[in-house]
Every structure is written in structure tokens, then in C-alpha cells.
Design a protein around this ligand. Structure first.
Ligand SMILES: C[S@@+](CC[C@H](N)C(=O)[O-])C[C@H]1O[C@@H](n2cnc3c(N)ncnc32)[C@H](O)[C@@H]1O
Length: 245
């Protein structure tokens, strides 16, 4: 299968500081003439996160497989996956599916490529953030996001970009851990917020991602809330669903 890694060219018209978990101040689209600097993950935590998620992939997939099978495309098409990580979602796609992986952390790329090869996926890695995706308007059938909108710097901007690249009728398939409504889990989420963000490169334990998706201009949004039963209490409250452009 074809595999490529795309790094955007770097002419920038205005200064934008965008490490992973950095700052994106300006709304921008592919039609803009500006481009963004490649984000720079912490070299130690960037690598550790890749190893951690590689070790945890089987466990996480075992718990989320039902949701993934329900919402991911069964017939391939053109897929963009935001924050694809090591590629734990690729096994759920039909072989030969074209996947554009928007993955700004280069420490994930080697494992991502290997996973794509194992599952016969036609992969192109885009080393850019979800806030500034280098794909054309209406060029994608499905966007996949799992455990990513918790981590990106600007979820509303990422959702604008997802909406832009999806064709009319195209679908965003998502699974995200979110703020618990109240009680002990919510208190734990608040308690661990800072160390968690540090360890997991910007991951927020308590985002209201359902509200962000509802506000993103999709024609229909279907969301199921569920509990991720594990000892990782801060990510216990989860949502899965589909939003149609
Ligand atoms: C918790 S991991 C989830 C990886 C994978 N989606 C999964 O389900 O295992 C979060 C991912 O989001 C990526 N990420 C962080 N900031 C991002 C951004 N601004 N745009 C796109 N991806 C980002 C990270 O590099 C990492 O791969």
C-alpha cells in the first residue's frame, strides 16, 4: 500500500505559535495564503505517549470496538483521521481505504505507518495540526476523531476545519472522553487536570465536547454517552456518535 508523509511548506505571513498544546490565535482556512509552522511536541513526552498508546491499544480497542464498528465507515472512501496516533482505528476500516492521517506528533508516525501496512490501508500522513488541515474543501467522505478533541488546542477551530473538508453529506465519527456531569468522577477530573495535561501533551479531562460538536454547524448530530469501565477514572465518561455535514 502507498504511504507518504507530508510536511507543509513553511512560508508564513503572520506569526502563529503552535506547538502541540500551543497557541492558535487566528482563524484560517486552506484558501488562506498563509501556512503554519510544524508543531513541536516535547521530545520525551511525545515519545512516551506513543509508547503508552501502543501498549494500551489492545485494551482500549477491546472496550471501544463496539462503538468503532458502529460509527466507522464500512465501505472505505476517503477518510481523514485527526490525531491518528499509532493508528489503532485503522484495523476497523476496509483494506485499501484511503486515509489522510492528520498527526502533528512525529513520534507516532513510524508506528502509524506500520499499522497501516499491516491492515492494507492507503495512508498519507500530514504532519500538521487539526486547526489547519492541508486538505481541500469538501474533499473527504468521513472524518474520524477518537480521544483527540480533548487534546487539541482549539476544538472549535478543529471542528471548523473538519466541517470544511467534509463533503456535503459526509460524516464526522467521534469517540471522546468528556467532563462527567457531576459527582466523584467530576471531582477527580478537576483534581488531576494539570498533571494529566502535562503528561498527555495537553489532554483536558473535563471538556464539554458534545456542546462543541452541536455548535459546529452540522445538519444532524447523534451522540450516545457511555461509561468507559476501567481504572482510568478521569476518562470514564465518554461520548460516541456521528455528525453529518
Ligand atoms: C490521546 S491521543 C489519541 C490517539 C488516537 N486517536 C487513539 O484513539 O488512540 C491524542 C492524539 O491527538 C494528537 N494531537 C494533539 N494535538 C493535536 C492537534 N492540534 N491536531 C491534531 N492532532 C493532535 C496527538 O499527537 C495524539 O496522536
Amino acid at each position: 500500500m502507498r504511504r507518504r508523509i507530508l510536511q507543509r511548506p513553511q512560508p508564513i505571513a503572520s506569526t502563529v505559535d503552535l506547538p502541540i498544546g500551543g497557541i492558535l490565535n487566528e482563524e484560517r482556512h486552506m484558501s488562506d495564503t498563509t501556512t503554519l509552522p510544524a508543531p513541536s511536541p516535547n521530545p520525551v513526552r511525545g515519545r512516551l505517549n506513543s509508547v503508552f498508546f501502543a501498549l494500551m491499544a489492545g485494551y482500549i480497542n477491546q472496550r471501544l470496538a463496539g462503538h468503532k464498528r458502529e460509527i466507522f465507515p464500512r465501505t472505505g472512501g476517503v477518510v481523514a483521521e485527526i490525531g491518528a496516533g499509532n493508528g489503532p482505528n485503522l484495523r476497523f476500516l476496509p483494506p485499501k481505504t484511503t486515509v489522510h492521517a492528520i498527526e502533528p506528533n512525529p513520534y507516532f508516525h513510524r508506528r502509524l505507518e506500520r499499522t497501516a501496512a499491516v491492515h492494507g490501508i492507503d495512508l498519507t500522513i500530514h504532519s500538521v495540526p487539526g486547526e489547519a488541515i492541508d486538505l481541500d474543501d469538501a474533499s473527504v467522505d468521513t472524518v474520524i476523531c477518537t480521544w483527540v478533541l480533548c487534546t487539541v488546542q482549539d476544538p472549535a477551530q478543529v471542528l471548523r476545519e473538519i466541517h470544511r473538508i467534509l463533503r456535503p453529506g459526509g460524516r464526522l465519527a467521534f469517540i471522546e472522553h468528556v467532563a462527567a456531569p457531576h459527582g466523584t468522577v467530576r471531582r477527580i477530573q478537576r483534581l488531576v487536570r494539570r498533571p494529566w495535561q502535562w503528561a498527555f501533551e495537553g489532554c483536558h479531562t473535563d471538556r464539554d465536547t458534545a456542546a462543541a460538536i452541536h455548535a459546529a454547524g452540522f445538519v444532524s448530530v447523534k451522540i450516545t454517552e457511555f461509561q468507559f469501565r476501567s481504572s482510568f477514572v478521569p476518562v470514564r465518561t465518554q461520548i460516541a456518535g456521528l455528525a453529518v455535514r
